[in-house]
Design a binder for this molecule. Structure first.
Ligand code: UDP
Ligand code: MG
Length: 327
């Protein structure tokens, strides 16, 4: 490779004092071998993002920087903002100084040896390289079951996510620039990146056990993450309410006819028909109205997000300059 490009690693860290030294050591070795193979430039770096840790994480990051100022760098967030925000903070900081960036967890669950393949795929012309877990041997049955259910449910609910891919991925500078145009507050990166488009591919890896420490994603956080993924990416739940409303209204009309006939036959208690008819009809109409309101909320929600309406891949000749600032 004639001109090796600059690779930045973005590593979010929340209370990771137990693993940080090991992660730093392994990354350093990996970078050295990548440099020997002329795959990355000498300006490549590792950026740790301290996500409001309560332990010595930030102190360790500072020490790492002092020990090797040209290699380790760090960002300290004002408070715990969550994994997705920490990753974005790192990416937005490096987007102008790198050629490609890889995001990876601090706990060494993502296989560092996959980085080689990611970088090679980048040079083959891919703008996004997804790290995809090939199996879930190291997970408990519960985690496996919930995680796989999550990906399937997300698909059904209309959010396009890469199956078994978390946040271990390589993105080119180009993709990072586009990602900067996504102004939404409720981040769900693994849904956003596929929306950007461009040529992309996957590399497969086996996910390890956490090197040390414990998961910072307890069930409660996991559920709220899944909920956020669905509600940030799809208005399908709102549409379901509308469909339910239609269905209930039709059922109520049938119930109405049935109650009316029962009344004519004289097979009813006094007051029964009018009560039953109003319950069904009102219920159906209410759901239908809620659904219609939901449709509008769905539109408002999409507007408020101010996502870029299109993303230009390239321009022919000088055409570009004129269009670049139009949208
Ligand atoms: N993390 C973070 N902020 C948080 C929670 C987690 O930056 O509020 C980081 C954490 O340090 C780790 C990564 O996000 O590098 C993934 O977290 P974890 O390993 O606990 O999740 P799991 O692998 O169990 O899903
Ligand atoms: Mg982990």
């Amino acid at each position: 490779m004639l001109n090796p490009e600059i690779l930045y690693m973005v590593v979010p860290c929340y209370n990771e004092e137990e693993v940080l030294h090991e992660t730093a050591k392994q990354l350093k070795e990996k970078y050295q071998s990548l440099r020997e193979r002329q795959l990355i430039s000498a300006k490549s770096r590792v950026v740790f993002v301290n996500d409001g840790s309560k332990d010595k994480t930030w102190q360790i990051i500072q020490e790492l920087h002092q020990s090797d100022p040209d290699f380790f760098s760090g960002i300290n967030l004002a408070h715990n903002s969550g994994h997705q925000n920490a990753v974005l903070a790192g990416l937005m900081t490096v987007k102008d100084i790198c050629d490609m960036a890889i995001t990876m967890d601090a706990d060494l669950q993502d296989d560092i040896n996959t980085i080689d393949a990611m970088v090679e795929k980048y040079y083959e012309g891919n703008q996004v390289v997804y790290g995809v877990r090939s199996e879930r041997k190291t997970d408990t049955f519960f985690k496996r079951f919930t995680a796989e259910g999550f990906y399937k449910f997300m698909k059904v609910m209309g959010a396009d996510v890469v199956y078994n891919h978390a946040d271990f991925r390589l993105m080119s500078k180009r993709v990072l620039q586009e990602l900067a145009n996504f102004k939404e507050v409720n981040l769900f990166l693994r849904g956003m990146v596929p929306l950007i488009g461009f040529q992309s591919t996957s590399v497969f890896y086996e996910r390890h056990e956490r090197f040390a420490g414990e998961s910072k994603y307890p069930l409660k956080k996991m559920l709220s993450f899944a909920m956020n993924g669905i509600t940030s990416f799809s208005v399908k739940p709102l549409k379901l309410i509308t469909s339910l409303g239609f269905f209930m209204t039709i059922v109520s009309i049938i119930a109405f006819i049935w109650a009316f006939i029962s009344k004519l036959i004289g097979d009813t208690e006094l007051g029964w028909s009018s009560t039953i008819c109003s319950i069904w009809l009102i219920g159906g109409l209410q759901l239908l109205c809620l659904g219609i309101i939901g449709e509008y909320i769905g539109k408002i929600y999409a507007e408020v997000k101010q996502r870029p309406r299109f993303i230009v891949a390239e321009f022919i000749n000088e055409l570009g300059a004129e269009f670049v600032n139009k949208e």
